[in-house]
Design a protein around this ligand. Structure first.
Ligand SMILES: Nc1ncnc2c1ncn2[C@@H]1O[C@H](COP(=O)(O)OP(=O)(O)OP(=O)(O)O)[C@@H](O)[C@H]1O
Length: 296
């Protein structure tokens, strides 16, 4: 029964700041247990959406429901926790002291040792926060967010400014934790993070959802696949007439067919022509991102 209630349900969400429409009638439903990347270029409206989702900002129009209820109630009940980019840590306390102190503010929490372990910071429990790297401090913020054992974890560009290793360690901790069934929504403008760590990508531009699907679907949506083959004297018109073909390019003896249905192209090339050295490649997420977020 509870599974039929979405973890997140945003409907017609709109927010303007003067002449700027930051979020423009945004609709989004996230089922319990999904790990969703909220991906978009700078100024797309990610933070404004996350702020409304957490009840930190009031929408001008539209509704936010978390687990079927008001966001403020979900936050108060500890069903939702957030990891933001910066702030909120005292440099002189140790990692463990910080977690213990925060645990006192809640009525009931997961054990401190358990959240340290889940966030992957047991080994630095006695280190002063001021001596921790940016990535370690973010994992500490993650540990704090885990204290109430929330059903939904919201992260707003949590790895900004971290080095590659720090980002990888951080995401490994998040990903391992999400396997327990927690719903995760993270805003990012790093394509590789969305690709590597999300089950689903919601791409936004100018406050609207422009694409929503699995990583593979998003790649295909914008880019399809490219079938490359060696085929001297290729019949360009015949290839262009195949279903799903978007373009045919001939470079010397090599032909490149850009298509939504690479199977049809491959079958045609192998059975009806003398093509050899076939290669099928999916264009990368970066291509999809650039195509879908380019200004109209
Ligand atoms: N408090 C505010 N006052 C005025 N304009 C704002 C305010 N907050 C956001 N905006 C504008 O709303 C738009 C969306 O901003 P938002 O921060 O939500 O985007 P974002 O996708 O999170 O961007 P980034 O990746 O750069 O953090 C931008 O044009 C921004 O300048």
């Amino acid at each position: 029964m509870t599974d039929s209630v979405p973890a997140v349900d945003l409907a017609g969400l709109t927010k303007t700041f003067g002449a700027v429409t930051a979020v423009d009638g945004l609709d989004l439903r996230i089922a319990p247990g999904e790990v969703v990347a909220f991906l978009g270029p700078n100024g797309a409206g990610k933070t404004t959406t996350v702020d409304m989702l957490l009840g930190l900002a009031r929408p001008d129009a539209g509704t936010v429901r978390l687990f079927g209820g008001d966001p403020a109630d979900a936050v108060r009940l500890g069903r939702v926790a957030a990891v933001m980019q910066t702030g909120g840590l005292l440099k002189d306390l140790t990692v463990a002291e910080t977690v213990r102190m925060t645990a006192h503010f809640y009525g009931h929490t997961r054990p401190v040792a358990e959240v340290l372990e889940r966030a992957g910071i047991t080994g630095i429990a006695d280190r002063a926060v001021g001596k921790c790297s940016g990535g370690q401090q973010q994992r500490l913020r993650f540990a704090l967010a885990l204290l109430p054992d929330p059903d939904l974890m919201v992260l707003d560009e949590p790895t900004t400014g971290m080095d590659v290793e720090g980002r990888r360690d951080f995401w490994q901790a998040i990903r391992a934790d999400a396997r327990s069934g927690r719903t995760v929504l993270f805003a990012t403008h790093y394509l590789d993070e969305a690709d590597a760590y999300a089950d689903r990508i919601v791409l936004i531009r100018q406050g609207c959802v422009v694409a929503d699907g699995t990583t593979a679907e998003i790649k295909n949506l914008a880019a399809g696949r490219v079938v490359r083959a060696t085929l001297p004297g290729a019949d360009q018109a015949a290839l262009a007439a195949l279903p799903g073909v978007r373009s045919v390019e001939v470079r010397g003896d090599v032909v490149l067919v850009h298509s939504e249905d690479s199977d049809v192209v491959a079958r045609h090339l192998l059975t009806r022509t003398g093509a050899r050295d076939l290669e099928i490649t999916s264009r990368n997420l970066e291509d999809a991102f650039l195509t879908l977020t380019a200004s109209a």
